[in-house]
Design a protein around this ligand. Structure first.
Ligand SMILES: *Cc1c(COP(=O)(O)O)cnc(C)c1O
Length: 222
């Protein structure tokens, strides 16, 4: 087991006065590590892979709030729809529609974040400004009664250039602010999910109120 208890406690002390939520990213880590952080009070955990999440969830306490932070394929939504707390990586209307469909089947409302592409790297997923506008202003959106868009999620470039990272985070922040008072029934911009182990300090300075941190808490992934 490799949970860094001291790092967790220091991080919570730093985040709590700022009202920033921590999603502990437990992908590839054993359930024992999750239990160790749970024992310290952590309830929000993030996973990237559907199969891994579906395997872990029944082994762990039912009051854990599971965040799906990976790239989600439409055909896999059904496996996490019964219990997922927040889906961070929604990058198409098609996926939004499927989440709504599965939410209806499970008689619940599923909250999601739209993923914006802000990094220079082409490999990252996400919507640009115009595509976010299309979804949020689209006439079809109000028909999706069981899905609620509650914010924006983004990943910055993996670079040492702090100014570049800051510039990218601020693109997401601008869109988040623009839609903060959006008058659509199922859009309530509340969460700006920006920042990982390496760049969460910059993210919080740029207005992030939800960070996704893995390796700093659980150690490096192999
Ligand atoms: C893995 C991952 C994280 C956590 O990364 P660390 O560098 O380990 O903190 C955060 N967000 C997403 C989308 C991830 O895939």
């Amino acid at each position: 087991m490799s949970v860094n208890t001291a790092a967790y406690q220091a991080l919570m002390k730093e985040l709590q006065p700022k009202g920033v939520q921590l999603v502990a990213v437990s992908k590839t880590k054993p359930v024992e590590d999750i239990r160790a952080l749970y024992a310290l009070g952590q309830r929000d955990f993030g996973e990237n892979y559907v199969q891994e999440l579906v395997d872990k969830q029944p082994q762990l306490p039912s009051d854990i709030r599971w965040h799906f932070i990976g790239h989600l394929q439409s055909n896999k939504v059904k496996y996490i729809a019964p219990f997922v707390h927040l889906i961070h990586g929604v990058d198409s209307f098609k996926l939004l529609k499927e989440i709504d469909k599965q939410a209806v089947k499970n008689n619940r409302i599923i909250e999601v974040l739209l993923q914006m592409h802000i990094a220079q790297e082409e490999t990252k997923f996400g919507l640009d400004d115009r595509e976010v506008d299309e979804i949020l202003n689209g006439e079809e959106l109000s028909a999706l009664k069981n899905v609620r868009i509650v914010g924006i999620m983004s990943m910055a470039s993996f670079v040492d250039d702090e100014q570049q990272v800051r510039k990218e985070f601020l693109v997401a922040k601008k869109t988040f602010d623009h839609y903060a008072h959006h008058q659509v029934a199922n859009v309530f911009m509340q969460y700006l999910s920006l920042g990982m182990s390496a760049d969460y300090t910059i993210a919080v300075e740029c207005g992030s109120n939800m960070i996704r941190v893995g390796s700093k808490l659980f150690g490096a992934r192999s």
